[in-house]
Design a protein around this ligand. Sequence first.
Ligand code: HEM
Length: 123
Amino acid sequence: QTASNDQLYKAFGEKAGLVSLMDDFMVRLLADPRTGPHFKPSNQQRVKEQLVDQLCSLAGGPCVYKGADMKSAHANLDIKKSDFNALVEVLQQSMDAKGIPFRTQNQMLALLAPMHRDTITVR
Ligand code: HEM
């Protein structure tokens, strides 16, 4: 599921906006006691770069996501529904901090929501 035009990509400030958003997001993910333990051992630079391409592509931008599929990327991680909700909450904090309007935030969250199926590994 991706956006049908590049309006959402533009609303996020294109590639530069997404890079700056993901920089902020990773700082918050590491600082949050609920998500920090997951992301500390990861290659944070790689995760940020992959997220930029993935969000860019989802939002109708020109990027091509070349990272792992969501199921394999998270298969070895201990991720519960509460962890997923925590990550979404942290993303909302980042989008708020960047001044992204609520409606625009929700458009991105709607594209990400279905990924709960492949990223939550502990049922
Ligand atoms: C909408 C939900 C999510 C999306 C779109 C997403 C996206 C991604 C992407 C694109 C990668 C990089 C894949 C690669 O390197 O090829 C990744 C890796 C990772 N994700 Fe997620 N993710 C989501 C949910 C979560 C949640 C809820 C957690 C834990 C709280 C999490 C923890 C991680 C970690 C730790 C890695 C790095 C794994 C490693 O070191 O190989 N993700 N994710």
